[in-house]
Design a protein around this ligand. Sequence first.
Ligand SMILES: O=c1ccn([C@@H]2O[C@H](COP(=O)(O)OP(=O)(O)O[C@H]3O[C@H](CO)[C@@H](O)[C@H](O)[C@H]3O)[C@@H](O)[C@H]2O)c(=O)[nH]1
Ligand SMILES: [Mn+2]
Length: 727
Amino acid sequence: MDGENSPLFDTERAKGRKLHRVFATTVLVSIVWIWVYRATQQPPSTAVSGGRRWWWRGMFMAELWFGMYWVFTQSVRWNPTYRRTFKQRLSQRYEDQLPRVDLFVCTADPKVEPPMMVVSTVLSVMAYDYPPKKLAVYLSDDGGSELTFYALTQAAIFSKHWLPYCRNYKIEPRSPLAYFKSASRPSNTKQDQDYTNIKKLFEEMKDRTENVMNNGRVHDELRLEHKGFTEWDSFTSSKDHATIVQVLLDQNEDAEGHSLPKLVYLAREKRPDHFHNFKAGAMNALIRVSSKISNGPIILNVDCDMYSNSSDTVRDALCFFMDEEKGHEIAFVQYPQCFENVTKNEVYGGSMRVIFEVDFHGLDGNGGSMYIGTGCFHRRDILFGKSFDDESRIDWKMENDHKETLENMIEELKNLASCTYEIDTEWGKEMGLKYGCPVEDILTGLSIHCRGWKSVYYNPNRKAFLGVSTTTLDQTLVQHKRWSEGDLLVLISKYSPAWFRLGKVNPGLIMGYLIYCLWAPSSVPTLYYSIVPSVCLLKGVPLFPAVTSGWFLPFAYIIVSITAFDYLEFLRCGGTTKGWWNGRRISLYKRTSSYLFALLDIILGSDLSFVISSKVMDNDVQARYEKEMMEFGVSSPLTTTVATISMLNLVCFVGVVMKSTLMDKVTRGVYYETMAVHVVLCGALVVLNMPLYWALFVRKDKGKIPDPVTVKSVVLALFVSTVLYFM
Ligand SMILES: O=c1ccn([C@@H]2O[C@H](COP(=O)(O)OP(=O)(O)O[C@H]3O[C@H](CO)[C@@H](O)[C@H](O)[C@H]3O)[C@@H](O)[C@H]2O)c(=O)[nH]1
Ligand SMILES: [Mn+2]
């Protein structure tokens, strides 16, 4: 098996696919059955039920949408694939010819992305198990912050001890912050001594950095430690400054005389009259600058909170790219986005487990994982807009022809990262990451798929990267607004999966993209379904068949089977029962607020924004987060919407209970028989919303729903339900 031609990776199809297909068929039959019901059993248009016809048609539209959307979700459950790599073979065959790899870390704001976290991520990728001479690490700082730069100068010094320690004791993870948080003191005396020393060095560096953070600036005597600080002499603000490039490590050695990776700090030029295109702009500047310095044919890109949790990751990724038979088709290798800080029952659905344990394996089976902006290895040449053909093999042995010293190139590098460099070029269009979309990653990955390339999703047991997930409801909703807005822009972009290269790209992959691209428009049918049946319950207008009718069957089957499937799938992905229930809630909130506002933003053509997710919490919030209490805290249109809809359901539910106590026994029986599905829907929504009612009326802590939101949502809910009631 281990011969010359044995593959460097292996692909397996999931078991149980056939069984799933049978189940999916039964669901599909029920969906069609419901459609037939809606099409044929429309209530007559007499005066009494005139209104009901409209409600009814709305239900039909919503069910058409959900049915179609469900079909798309099946595309990723049709053909899941799993990958395995053979790193042994890679080093047997290629150890001396391994390619250079450039590692990009992006940060944008020292307040929400603490420099200590950022440089720990930098250190973790510097310490990959890979020839250090072939690694170059670049930190892009869109905040242009001397605080972050200071932390990086400290990390450069610390790396001289940290890398030997990682190498000698093969420790994991190699982010010092994460390592010292989790590691127990080694029992072996030699290592124990080294552990104590390195921990001391780390604590000192942390103290120095935190001091500088608390002062808010780098003091004059510290500025003398590195000539790079003079760059900030002419600095006006993070939105208005010249390019800063500093090479912190070039041909340096660590404390044991081994080479160190290159380490470069880059703050691209920012000017108020030049739009900077957020992370995509930063990445493109990095691509150009790195092409002069190290020009690695493989690029890894991580967000500043996504530290490397496994030192094997680079070699794993290379097993895909360097495979003799299939490697040349692969444009990028995506790892899942996993998080260090999600709690057991993930109140905000933070782990996105089903996405990474199911959807992405399915996408991979249909031609390739999406590119999701972090934890992704790209072939550099493909990022330049190259299309796939069979000649696309890469010569891994190509040498870096830039032998001149970096010091002499600084002016040239500065120009590459200037605001004006991209004017009248294809950057942001046909070259590099795409501009004009808050999910530059998805759009860029899609364009690569459209040019004929494949990609790979690799989800090893030991998580390759761990980051920080959002920790308040508002942050979660804001993040999903950005994502769903971006994904909808992808749908209407030039590369839209709905029409571009239709018939050329695998239809399963197109459907897979649509699952995400249709998030924002899904808000409309979801809103309809979470309001209208509840109001009609109160009115006593049935929109579903009575329990005694044969048409009741498909509804019952769908409700039960889909819920059970969803639940079991969640457990299979490693979740808990409560986590699943929380996930249902957060998914409702995302759909009825984030997705709705995203849709409105696109329709109204609002300016693009990118709210950077905070990676820090104050202690109060942290304590509640650990107790898995939902954090509302701030008043925003997003939370108000969520609260209003939940109040509306409470009003309807309480209303109907009161109404039915006034009925005689027979009437009540008939009422519940004809309104059964309504009761289930509205009842489920009320139970799902319990923590929210708690936060509205009972909680006293700072994370409760602020009073103005409570007042607004109660008034709005009463108003909307009254209007709908009399319609
Ligand atoms: O102007 C900017 C804005 C952001 N960033 C960096 O982009 C990364 C992602 O930002 P974050 O606020 O953490 O957003 P997330 O929603 O967590 O990011 C996800 O979604 C983004 C697209 O919306 C992708 O770019 C990210 O890679 C992906 O992790 C961070 O490292 C930021 O420092 C920049 O470099 N420049
Ligand atoms: Mn992030």
